[in-house]
Design a protein around this ligand. Structure first.
Ligand code: M6R
Length: 625
């Protein structure tokens, strides 16, 4: 996720900005930049890659005093719109170079605004969504930033934390927030903004957290706050008592827990820009779907020709492969199209049979996994068309695929994948539904119901997280279990695979997942009183079968726990413990049912004194075979 720093004070801004950006490196980024307002006007310097490349680039200018100035903005970018490059890095400026903008978030209506601004004669330099903000402010600018910003914000859809400076006002930084974090720091003779507290701690521990639709104007001696109508507001000041390391994790003990909690936002970001119609686009936009919503994958280049495929083949590794298994079920269910799924390391050494009408969906959080890339290249060589689903803009997978659908989860730092998984599922469901719709196998009513259900998933995920203590308590009673099985049927089987992997990876528990129907064909031989069986039970038509399976393992002495719908009382008599999740369509359940399993794995790991962020023997990105 991008990092923002802004400094105004009595000292040199550039070193303060670089120092602040260094404290935000943990958030992940692919390029960095600064804008400094000095005697000779506004100077912007940016560089692709690590912060040290930017430092090298500006070293001579800094030494010569050519970047001298006591006000400026800094930014580390995690690419979303446009690949990592010098030009796409922030800050972005208006055409004349007098206004500089840094941005964290996603401007969802950027394409429409870009077309409109281009029609007004504004010339764009980058591929970013952010650049529209600089031009839009310039469009409304009549010598004062605040009214120009307020007018521009009215036109923006999506999320933003913004820092803005103007060469015509060397005494103020202006900042605004909607759905992306932004904090203002009140220092002595200096004031700052940042997307996260660690960037401020060297300068001050007195901070104001901006809320949605609030604006801050920072001078050298103070900070004033306004609402988006421009009316002054009072804000509460907080004193930061945490140490810097805790602040990087936003107060969470581990990155994994933070990333589990980021899922509602990540799911919203991944979904919202792909929906068209009421509630998903700015008022007045002609979506052609008045009053109803439809899936919009045109922006990624998905047209009806893709839906003419004869078969969908999915390939990936690890967690991404588990998402692929769920994807296979989703394609069969929503699009009635044959779908295969294969671990990439198997696929690349098999002798697969291709069909010219196959399309391949290749999933990878990093976009750099060696086996996954090899599978993608083999499929490409056969003439198949490739859809990549990845979290990293400009990754090798993104560059080599025919079509890319990004998961907008933000950087995932913990080795155990969580938010990348659920956002991969969101992408797969959207593609499967679009396939079904284009192939005419899903009715308008079914599509509308599915979209409505998808739209509720982020807030339902939030509700599960709000009840995390229930899972924590359960974990504290079960943490000695050395043998754990996850079982389920259909979508629950696929979700069991991922649930078991999480527990394995970070708690080193021997944990297997199996299709509940397979119980009698082997796994039941392992069940004894030392076993915990976690049963995922969201496939309503198969509840009876699951009750039988639970009774079978109980009869062999196992402890049992069920994850099921909040309104299903079906398992109360059978299972020892029941965890309830909000009701969605049975076919969409993995996006929710996996969250208690992620939390369970996390708490078991912590209870055993392990570091869930850095499991033994595992790397975040497996770039070698
Ligand atoms: O970056 P990728 O999605 O291609 O990575 C694939 C696997 O290496 C990854 O999902 C791995 O299984 C994680 N440790 C899962 O938590």
């Amino acid at each position: 996720m991008c990092g923002i720093v802004g400094y105004i004070g009595n000292q040199e801004a550039a070193p303060a900005l670089i120092g602040g950006l260094r404290k935000l490196e943990y958030r992940g980024y692919d390029s960095a930049g600064i804008a400094v307002m000095g005697k000779n006007g506004l100077k912007v310097r940016k560089s692709k890659g690590a912060l040290k490349f930017l430092e090298e680039k500006i070293a001579a200018e800094l030494a010569a005093g050519d970047l001298s100035g006591s006000m400026g903005l800094g930014h580390t970018r995690w690419a979303t719109h446009g690949e990592p490059s010098d030009i796409n890095s922030h800050p972005h400026t208006d055409v004349s170079g007098k206004i500089a903008v840094v941005h964290n978030g996603i401007i969802e209506n950027h394409a429409k605004l870009r077309a409109w601004l281009a029609g007004q004669g504004f010339r764009f330099r980058s591929e970013t969504d952010t650049e529209v903000v600089a031009h839009l402010i310039d469009f409304y600018y009549k010598g004062e930033l605040l009214p120009a910003l307020i007018s521009a914000l009215k036109r923006l859809e999506g999320s933003y934390a913004l820092g803005i400076i103007s060469a015509e006002d060397p005494d103020h930084i202006i900042a605004a927030r909607r759905e992306s974090p932004l904090v203002a720091g009140l220092g002595k003779g200096k004031n700052l903004i940042a997307s996260d507290v660690p960037a401020l701690l060297e300068h001050t521990r007195d901070v104001y957290y901006l809320k949605d639709r609030e604006i801050a104007i920072l001078g050298r001696d103070g900070i004033d706050f306004y609402n988006e109508e421009g009316r002054p507001i009072e804000k509460e000041k907080f004193r930061i008592e945490w140490d810097a390391a805790a602040a990087e994790k936003a107060g969470y003990e581990h990155f994994m827990l933070k990333e589990i909690h980021e899922q509602p936002k990540a799911l919203t970001d991944t979904l919202r820009a792909r929906l068209r119609g009421a509630g998903s686009e700015p008022a007045g936009t002609d979506s052609g779907a008045a009053g109803s919503r439809s899936i919009n994958l045109e922006e990624i280049g998905f047209d009806s020709s893709w839906a003419e495929a004869g078969r969908v083949v999915i390939s990936a590794c690890g967690t991404a492969w588990h998402a692929g298994v769920i994807g296979k079920y989703a394609f069969e269910h929503f699009a009635r199209i044959p779908a295969d799924v294969d671990v990439a390391s198997e696929f690349r050494y098999r002798n697969p049979i291709y069909n010219p009408r196959d399309i391949f969906i290749i999933l990878s959080q990093s976009g750099e996994t060696a086996d996954t890339l090899a599978a993608m290249r083999m499929a490409k060589k056969s003439g198949a068309r490739i859809i990549a689903i990845t979290n990293v803009v400009g990754s090798t997978l993104a560059r080599e695929a025919d079509l890319v659908m990004y998961t907008w989860a933000g950087p995932e730092i913990a080795v155990a994948s969580t938010k990348a998984f659920t956002t991969q599922l969101m992408c797969l469901y959207l593609i499967a539904l679009q396939f079904g719709s284009l192939r005419g196998v899903i009715s308008a009513a079914e599509l509308a119901a599915a979209i409505e259900a998808l739209d509720k998933i982020p807030s339902q995920a939030e509700r599960i997280l709000a009840d995390k203590e229930t899972i924590q308590r359960f974990a504290s009673l079960q943490f000695n279990k050395s043998k754990v099985f996850y079982m389920g049927r259909l979508f629950d089987y696929a979700a069991s695979l991922e649930s078991a992997l999480k527990l394995k990876e970070i708690s080193y528990t021997h944990c297997e997942a199996f299709a509940a129907g397979e119980l009698k064909h082997g796994p039941i031989a392992l069940v004894d009183p030392s076993t915990l069986v976690m049963a995922l039970c969201t496939q309503t038509a198969l509840f009876d079968k699951m009750v039988s399976n639970i009774k079978e393992v109980k009869a062999r002495g196992a402890s049992t726990a069920v994850i099921t719908w909040e309104d299903a009382d079906y398992f109360n008599e059978t299972a020892d413990s029941v965890f309830r999740i909000p009701r969605t369509l049975d076919s969409l359940s993995p996006m929710l049912s996996v969250i208690p399993a992620q939390l369970y794995a996390y708490y078991i790991s912590v209870l055993r004194g392990l570091d869930p962020d850095k499991p033994r023997n595992l790397a975040k990105s497996v770039t070698v075979e």
